[in-house]
Design a protein around this ligand. Structure first.
Ligand code: ZN
Ligand code: ZN
Ligand code: FE
Length: 765
């Protein structure tokens, strides 16, 4: 007996998928999977994510559910899958239906993705219709976040809306079996964006733009090249004069510049790379990775002078691939800005702001809606760690330990990023920069409104740093939304808790340069105990007078002299540093305590030791003196300096003065820069282990978080973690967000969420 069709009662299932499921080839994957399983129904993008209905027999539906999870495309991230049984509809096919706009927004947008291998082979295939087309992309690669103005992620809401697809492109776009099905930035030389080259007066230069660009770089010119998340300034990395000229014009005297190489093989000729680093470089994120230089170098000295590491990356857009493959040599690719200003993104902006810096401009007409610098990572203590989290990561959320109300955290002053939360997701913005000029401030405002628009959330609370003068603090005060001030190092502690999903109180070792303390002093060498709701100060570096406050940051010699004066009183040891600088006014400031705030900053202690021992007396970029001291370190198997810990009321003080005296005596006894560095790093590790053991004894807490910019110091991080683990501490450091102030907003956001929850409980109870 045969079963007739009418006896068969199909089942129907509705599936809602949240996560990064738009613009990553998820719908064609669903379409093909449904066809393979012999199911009917539909799939649609919505503001809720992706909505699927499938209909067929029970076995096929079960198979579909299994494969949905395990075979999803590489860029898709499935966060939540909801299923429900619904009545059958008896359709005959499976369809992809166009976007629905609904109200609750839970969709995640994909970050920008480096060009994929399939597109690359077409790019270099002379028979392909996109041969050498600088904007080739597909559902697995290309721009995303930077071209999105609003959600859902559909062409009319992106900067591609100005380009009408030609029939061939349209056909690819409409065909679910094509790898460009609904690839929103899909384009070709006939219908898509174009590049062109102009001089500093915006006059087009006759000829093929790419060929011209290559010739100009070869002859030593500085080019501004419009890329994915903004402009780069580009010069031949092997041309010392060109690199020097770039530095001069950009007012960037010494800070290292990143270099893009034609191939991984070319990178291995310049720096040491391990398997993890090479996987990172070749991943679809394609960040800058700070790798150890080899002794023999082909790139110009001026690229990263006096640095043991070089920031290297591989081409990540088709345009970069074209430039690098034809040029064949590494190119300096540095954010196109004047020092400390945000990276340029529009053509007119670049032509104005880079006037006098770039000789020529390689422009294109695919607009960038949001600036997105290259991300910077480093492999330390066995893990890849973030230095700057931007392109390739943003806007992927960091998942918080629990859901909470939406809050906006506006970060600190330097390396600013902001963070907006939605349920248990924290969206850390692209790198905004140092909030010390109008351009950065505008970029900060744009970033906030863009984030609110694409995430469709309105914050209930704005969290800012305790420092009243920070621009971000002042912005927060003007929004007409309740605000919360959070102490800088508490935010660092919470950031480390957030990314490690810790909820119980921890001991935080928070070491950085500057943060406004609850007592009005400048903090920065802090042992805190607490969680996202509250903290106490278990211990800190001894308070030292800092002559001229922030002015001392640029001049470590001042800090050094002031610390000597405070450690020796009037009878100063005869060190070189006292002869090399105009020390009178500094000594006077310290003894009269004028314009000299107290600081417990670890950054300043590094500065002082470095300057005392022969490091730079004045610095040209943040951390230069501390980096010099760190790079000099060769061996920790040396005797430590004196490291006293005393109690002052209920707080432990790490005594700085005896340490400074010890260092001074060692220098008088002939210890060189390396020896001072070795012994100082050793001291620091011992000091921290000792105070953390005291903290554990007094609190019973065994979990330690490490945060603050000083933990970019690889000697310290790599020595401290195993030492603490050998004492059975559980140690957590940053990986997903920067340990520097670029991660601050994440911690502020977590503290804000906790605060709102507490307030609500109070109101209820
Ligand atoms: Zn592709
Ligand atoms: Zn086309
Ligand atoms: Fe900090």
């Amino acid at each position: 007996m045969t079963l007739i069709a009418t006896d068969f009662q199909p089942l129907r299932s509705r599936i809602l998928v949240n996560g990064i499921v738009q613009g990553v080839g998820f719908r064609p994957f669903v379409f093909n999977l449904a066809e393979e399983c012999g199911l009917t129904g539909f799939v649609a993008n919505s503001s809720n994510g992706v909505e699927i209905e499938i209909e067929g027999d029970g076995d096929s539906i079960a198979k579909f559910h299994r494969c949905l999870n395990t075979q999803a495309p590489p860029l898709a991230v499935l966060v939540k899958i909801e299923k429900a049984d619904i009545p059958p509809q008896f359709e005959s096919t499976f369809k992809i239906i166009s976007s629905k706009r609904t109200h609750s927004a839970a969709t995640l947008i994909s970050p920008d993705v480096a060009v994929c291998p399939n597109c690359l082979s077409e790019l270099f295939d002379p028979t392909d219709r996109r041969f050498q087309y600088p904007f080739i992309n597909c559902t697995n690669c290309g721009p995303r976040y930077t071209i999105i103005e609003a959600i859902p992620y559909d062409r009319p809401f992106t900067s591609m809306r100005h380009f009408k697809m030609c029939p061939e492109c349209q056909q690819e776009y409409d065909d679910p079996r094509n790898r460009r099905f609904h690839a929103q930035p899909n384009a070709c030389p006939t219908c898509g964006p174009k590049i062109w080259l102009v001089n500093g007066d915006n006059k087009p230069v006759a000829g093929e733009a790419l060929d011209l660009a290559l010739e100009l770089i070869e002859s030593g010119n500085i080019l501004a090249v419009r890329g994915l998340g903004g402009f780069h300034l580009v010069v031949d990395a092997t041309n010392q004069d060109a690199v020097m000229r770039l530095r001069e014009r950009k007012h960037r005297e010494a800070k290292p510049l990143a270099v893009m190489f034609p191939s991984l093989e070319a990178i291995t000729r310049e720096v040491q790379i391990n398997a993890t680093e090479s996987a990172l470089l070749t991943s679809f994120i394609a960040p800058i990775v700070l790798c150890k230089k080899l002794l023999v170098a082909t790139i110009a000295d001026a690229v990263a002078p006096h640095h043991s590491r070089l920031g290297v990356m591989l081409p990540y857009t088709p345009l970069h691939h074209l430039l690098l493959s034809h040029f064949g040599k590494p190119l300096v690719m540095t954010s196109a800005n004047l020092s400390e200003e945000p990276i340029c993104i529009t053509n007119p902006e670049a032509l104005t702001r880079l006037n006098g810096i770039a000789d020529y401009f390689l422009l294109h007409d695919r607009d960038i809606y949001l600036r997105n610098d290259d991300s910077v990572m480093i492999h330390l203590a066995g893990k890849n760690r973030m230095i700057r989290r931007s392109r390739g990561f943003v806007p992927r959320p960091i998942f918080l330990p629990a859901s909470g109300p939406s809050v906006l955290a506006v970060g600190g002053e330097l390396k600013n990023t902001v963070c907006l939360t939605r349920q248990n997701q924290a969206f850390l913005s692209p790198y905004i920069g140092d909030m010390e000029n109008l351009e950065t401030y505008h970029s900060f405002e744009q970033t906030i409104s863009h984030l609110q628009r694409v995430l469709e959330v309105k914050p209930e609370l704005i969290i800012h740093d305790l420092h009243p003068d920070y621009l971000a603090t002042q912005w927060a005060m003007k929004q007409g939304i309740p605000t919360l001030a959070v102490q800088h190092h508490h935010a660092h502690l919470a950031a480390a808790m957030a990314e490690n999903c810790l909820t119980e109180p921890v001991i935080g070792v928070i070491l950085d340069g500057t943060g406004f303390g609850t007592d009005g002093n400048i903090w920065g060498g802090e042992i805190l105990v607490g969680d996202a709701s509250a903290f106490s100060r278990f211990g800190h570096l001894e308070n030292m007078l800092l002559p001229g406050g922030n002015a001392a940051i640029r001049a470590p010699w001042r800090t050094a002299v002031a610390y000597l004066r405070q450690s020796f009183d009037t009878k100063l040891p005869q060190l070189d540093i006292l002869r090399n600088w105009e020390i009178g006014p500094i000594l006077e400031m310290v003894s009269s305590r004028t314009n000299s705030p107290y600081t417990s900053s670890m950054g300043r202690l590094f500065d002082a030791i470095s300057a005392l021992a022969g490091g730079p007396g004045e610095i040209r970029y943040e951390g230069e003196a501390a980096i010099a001291l760190m790079q000099a370190c060769t061996d920790l198997n040396v005797p430590p300096f004196t490291f006293g810990i005393r109690s002052q009321e209920s707080v432990k003080i790490l005594c700085v003065k005896p340490l400074i005296r010890d260092v001074a005596h060692a220098i008088l006894d002939g210890a060189d820069f390396t020896m001072i560095s070795n012994r100082f790093h050793r001291t620091l590790v011992n000091w921290l282990v000792k105070i953390l053991e005291l903290a554990r004894r007094s609190t019973g807490i065994n979990q330690i978080v490490l945060s603050g910019g000083v933990f970019q110091n690889e000697i310290l991080l790599e020595a401290l973690i195993p030492r603490l683990q050998s004492k059975n501490f559980e140690v957590f450091a940053h990986e997903l967000v920067p340990t520097n102030d670029g991660g601050l907003a994440l911690g502020q956001a977590l503290i804000g969420q906790k605060y709102l929850e507490k307030m609500r409980l109070k109101q209820k109870g």
